[in-house]
Design a protein. Structure first.
Lengths: 132, 131
């Protein structure tokens, strides 16, 4: 796993049925779009999609793997769920430092085809190099 | 049985209530099984469990929901680490709703506090409401 302070360490997950059901139990979110294939097939999405936050959690894990958990105190994210994650997808979170502002990172989660399913920004106020 | 919470029933500015819950050993064990690499310092929960507490409060407070809602956007600021077993109270407030391209968007603000009222996280979520 390669990382430095400009590139976030990757965090990846295989989103299989077992993972979706486990996350439904963790959150208490049994929305049929996530857990009922027959219902989900009748929606415009055409099938089961994973909970968005199942993949979002990987961004926090990517940040923690890069800077340590203590750097997440005071951290903020602002993301959009841009594409559905399907059962069977493999998703991977990553990010890179933004030139726009100190402590700001462009973050994403991409699927096995390289398509972004989550995009947004993260702001860290206590990254190692700042010493704060 | 309560009526389903529809888009029309949301009132921007209205609190949807408060929910108090702790991450117990069972939830934490399931988390560690799903994300075995996600370690946190002793006495602290992994950061992603703040999102879990938010989602659990949403499930508890905004019910019954129409089937098929979709999470569109999430903002979250972590203010302090949460301790395992710490009781966390999360308030959710409807801060806006908008009909756009035949989709119903509901904006919800959340604020969570823990032991002795210490602030834990603030957030805002946008949900595409199904009905």
């Amino acid at each position: 796993m390669e990382s430095n302070l400009n590139i976030l360490a990757p965090a990846a997950l295989q989103v299989d049925r077992q993972a979706i059901l486990a996350y439904a139990r963790i959150t208490g979110d049994f929305n049929p779009i996530h857990v009922d294939p027959e219902f989900a097939a009748r929606t415009p999405l055409g099938g089961v999609i994973a909970h968005g936050t199942l993949s979002l959690n990987l961004i926090w894990q990517s940040l923690a793997a890069t800077f340590g958990s203590e750097a997440l105190r005071g951290a903020a994210i602002d993301i959009r769920f841009t594409k559905p994650v399907r059962e069977g997808d493999r998703v991977e979170a990553g990010g890179r430092r933004s030139a726009d502002a100190p402590g700001r990172f462009d973050v994403w989660v991409r699927n096995q085809d390289g398509i972004a399913v989550i995009e947004g920004t993260a702001i860290l106020f206590a990254t190692k190099e700042s010493g704060r | 049985m309560a009526e389903v919470l529809t888009f029309d029933s949301f009132r921007p500015g209205a609190s949807m209530g408060r929910a108090t819950e702790a991450i117990d050993d069972e939830i934490l064990a399931s988390w560690r099984q799903l994300y075995p690499w996600d370690a946190a310092p002793a006495g602290e929960l992994p950061a992603g469990l703040a999102t879990v507490l938010l989602m659990r409060a949403y499930m508890h407070l905004l019910t019954p929901r129409p089937p098929g809602n979709i999470h569109a956007r999430q903002r979250l600021e972590l203010l302090a680490a949460i301790a395992p077993g710490e009781e966390v109270t999360t308030e959710i407030v409807c801060v806006g709703k908008e009909l756009k391209r035949e989709r119903r968007y509901v904006d919800l603000a959340c604020r969570a506090s823990g032991k002795a009222g210490r602030p834990l996280f603030d957030g805002r979520m946008t949900i595409i409401w199904a009905a």
